[in-house]
Design a protein around this ligand. Structure first.
Ligand SMILES: Cc1cc2nc3c(=O)[nH]c(=O)nc-3n(C[C@H](O)[C@H](O)[C@H](O)COP(=O)(O)O)c2cc1C
Length: 382
């Protein structure tokens, strides 16, 4: 059991870790070391945050029914193949913008930590480090696109990402208008309009050609106006397909019909996500949406899930309900705020050890996990 060494080491020579292994407890710890603006930007969701609460409530509403005496084999492996590459666990680091407001090392620290355990790091289009500097870290990397209404710029970003070794493209669809986020609004705070999180466009020759002489905040406004305010359409996916050589995943899918359309348009994967509750408040929780989406397309494309995952058991529940892998959001940023790269590594190692132990105790393997291993936590078993 590879990741469980972390647990064994804590009980052994390593002793107590510098931060809690209980990931939800890290949020309050991170608050103590962050500026009010950075904390509220990270913590905040849209509206009354009902969808953010629903994300957690959905995980809590399912219970795993473990099986015993399952045989003499070694405890199950977490290893998974995604888009022709093998990863040590079915977990990726979700794209999160402007990470230097959480720690000066920002995305570089997160990418390094992801590389140290071999998980894919998904770089946001609103990152504080360029595609090329994240490539220099050398770990598995995917690029998240906020899709500009500017084909030449889009083609330039995609070509830079491909030549910098980003192996998959994540196209985020659910943020074409910025969510109504009271915590940010009440502070009048948006990192991009302060010139933070703009490394992707500011390192792009096409974008720079458009903005010569503009200050960073003004360039930020221009970037935001290119990627937000209008929605693309299904037929335009052909453009991305023509300019991207690898797998494409659509992020923000919640309806089974949209999942089918993604498959019809030749997409390789979908990410069932409500953006961690930051976009449409009142939207369905991603775990609630997952079973229908997985039933619709789970055998035809790769299905991933994010929003609300905090523990190994949460990952197990998502996998049982049809996800092939998951993306972790806020928890790794709490680790980043607390300790830079070692802080993120701590979060990843805690989650993976918890997941490995949970899978073993469930008596299942990644390939045998199924919806029938879960019951609703509200009464009758079967
Ligand atoms: C502070 C913050 C910034 C984010 N920035 C992006 C982004 O730039 N692109 C994107 O596709 N998703 C972004 N997301 C959404 C995440 O990729 C992911 O869907 C979400 O965080 C998952 O929910 P969780 O934080 O509850 O795990 C952001 C989320 C947070 C918390």
């Amino acid at each position: 059991m590879g990741f469980t060494d972390f647990q064994r080491d804590i009980y052994g020579d390593a002793g107590a870790p510098p931060y809690s292994v209980n990931l939800p407890a890290l949020e309050e710890a991170a608050r103590a070391v962050m500026s009010v603006e950075a904390f509220q930007y990270l913590a905040g969701s849209a509206g009354d945050e009902a969808t953010a609460r629903a994300n957690r409530a959905s995980f809590d509403s399912w219970r795993i029914v473990p099986r015993m005496l399952t045989g003499p084999d070694d405890p199950p492996s977490l290893s998974v193949e995604l888009f022709g590459q093998t990863y040590p666990a079915p977990v990726a680091l979700a794209p999160v913008a402007a990470q230097t407001i959480m720690h000066p090392d920002g995305e570089l620290a997160s990418a390094l930590a992801a590389a140290s355990v071999g998980l894919p790091f998904v770089l946001s289009s609103f990152a504080s480090h360029s595609l090329e500097s994240i490539a220099s870290v050398g770990g598995p990397r995917w690029f998240q696109l906020y899709w500009p209404f500017d084909d030449e710029l889009t083609a330039s970003l995609l070509s830079r990402a491909a030549s910098s070794g980003f192996s998959a493209l994540v196209v985020t669809l659910d943020a074409w208008v910025v969510g109504f986020r009271p915590r940010e609004l009440d502070l009048g705070y948006n990192p991009f309009l302060k010139g933070i999180g703009l490394a992707t466009p500011l390192s792009d020759p096409v974008f720079m050609g458009r903005t010569a002489g503009l200050s960073d905040p003004d360039a930020g406004k221009m970037w935001a106006s290119l990627v937000q305010g209008r929605a693309h359409s299904w037929s335009e996916l052909e453009f991305l397909r023509a300019h991207w050589p690898g797998p494409i995943l659509l992020k923000g899918i919640l309806h089974p019909d949209d999942a089918r359309r993604a498959v019809d348009h030749g997409m390789d994967g979908i990410i069932v996500s409500n953006h961690g509750g930051r976009q449409l408040d009142g939207a369905v929780s991603s775990l609630q949406a997952l079973p229908e989406v997985a039933r619709a397309v789970g055998s035809q494309c790769t299905v991933a899930l994010d929003s609300g995952l905090r523990t190994g058991a949460d990952v197990l529940k998502a996998l049982a309900l049809g996800a092939h892998f998951v993306l972790l959001g806020r928890p790794y940023l709490w680790g980043l705020a607390l300790g830079g790269e070692p802080g993120v590594r701590h979060v990843l190692r805690s989650l993976l050890a918890d997941l490995e132990v949970s899978l073993a105790l469930s008596g299942r393997t990644l390939s045998t996990l199924a919806p029938s291993d879960l019951v609703r936590g509200d009464g009758t078993l079967w």
